[in-house]
Design a protein around this ligand. Structure first.
Ligand code: PEP
Ligand code: MN
Length: 348
């Protein structure tokens, strides 16, 4: 349920409504202050008389039932887009933000060289996995904390904020120490213990859709994080599993406009995992931009043939630089901004 307040109502009136709600056991009343009106959420086990009780309070215009099961992640309670700012980057606004980097952190030179190219090409956030979920236990499973340190070093040199995956609730603390954005991967989208744990942070979370997760399930997973008080959730469409075998996954482009309709949270697309093949990444990246995504997350590697994970879907530096130019053109066509290339510092 939501309480819609009168235009120009006082802070005292808002507080009074909040107190009336939160005085009930187990109830929470987050306030959203919009440009025109303020709205207060009613979260708890709602009983029939509550609606008329709240309607009587001063400053209240209307009390409405929210039909969707995701109250905090949905647009009903929060009509304006959420913008999430990480250092000097804002995701969810007019800028289409590119996140780029290798699938896995493999070493200092690999990470730093990729970070430099990412920065020079206009990427705004650096990616790289230190804790890797792998289908086979014999595959490279990441450098762990050493990898986190290399990401931090690359951030210090380039100024690019870092996004990296956290796989278990126990690792949240150490990953949060190094990361600017914590990624919850496709395989963990319904790991509710992990979602609760990242919900306790006050740091952005990139929540990836699972192989077989519906839009509603994805938004309910975001709701777990938000119910813990962490409102900074960025959603990610990274492809779902279908009967098609040519592509690793089927990138569901419709997810972009659907999520934008249902939720105020930013949505980014991952054409790398969404296709599994580097030669498909540019077209799907451009299609996702045209579809209105707030950002892209793209795998880039200095030598994809030698990558310890996801080489077949990783772009070379040259392919990534070319793609960034095309991304700028498509973004400009729909009135979106993309950061310009940054000149490399001259040696000496
Ligand atoms: C990744 O980003 O490298 C990754 C493992 O992604 P996903 O969880 O989408 O498979
Ligand atoms: Mn990967």
């Amino acid at each position: 349920m939501i309480v819609v307040m009168q235009q120009g109502c006082t802070d005292e009136q808002i507080e009074r409504v909040q107190e009336a709600i939160e005085s009930k056991p187990g109830f929470k009343a987050p306030v959203w202050r919009g440009e025109e009106r303020s709205v207060i959420g009613v979260i708890g086990s709602i009983y029939p008389e509550l609606q008329s009780e709240l309607e009587l309070l001063p400053g209240v215009v209307q009390v409405l039932r929210v039909s969707k099961p995701y109250k905090l992640a949905g647009r009903e309670f929060h009509p304006d887009d959420t913008r999430i700012t990480v250092r000097d980057v804002t995701i969810g606004g007019n800028e289409m933000v590119v996140m780029a980097g290798p699938c896995s952190v493999e070493g200092e030179e690999q990470m730093l060289s990729t970070a430099r190219i990412a920065k020079e090409s206009g990427a705004r956030i650096l990616r790289g996995g230190a804790f890797k979920p792998r289908s086979s236990p014999y595959s490279f499973r990441g450098m762990g904390v050493e990898g986190l340190k290399l990401l931090a070093e690359a951030r210090d040199e380039t100024g690019l904020p870092v996004v990296t995956e956290v796989m278990t609730a126990e690792d949240v603390e150490v990953v949060a120490e190094y990361a600017d954005i914590l990624q919850v991967g496709a395989r963990n989208v319904q790991n509710f213990i992990l979602l609760d744990e990242v919900g306790k942070l006050r740091k952005p979370v990139l929540l990836k859709r699972g192989f077989a997760t519906t839009y509603e399930e994805l938004l309910l997973s975001a709701e777990y994080i938000m119910a813990g008080g962490n409102n900074e959730v960025i959603l990610c469409e990274r492809g779902i599993r279908t009967f098609e075998e040519y592509t690793r996954n089927t990138l569901d482009l419709a997810a972009i406009p659907v999520i934008k309709r249902l939720s105020h949270l930013p949505i980014v697309a991952d054409p790398s995992h969404g296709t599994g093949r580097w030669h498909l990444v540019p077209s799907m990246a451009l299609a996702a931009v045209a579809a209105g995504c707030h950002g892209l997350i793209i795998e880039v590697h200095p030598n994809p043939d030698k990558a310890l994970s996801d080489g077949p879907q990783s772009l070379t530096f040259e392919n990534f630089q070319n793609l960034m130019n095309s991304i700028r053109a498509v973004a400009a066509a729909i009135g979106r901004e993309v950061a310009p290339p940054v000149e490399a510092p001259t040696a000496g």
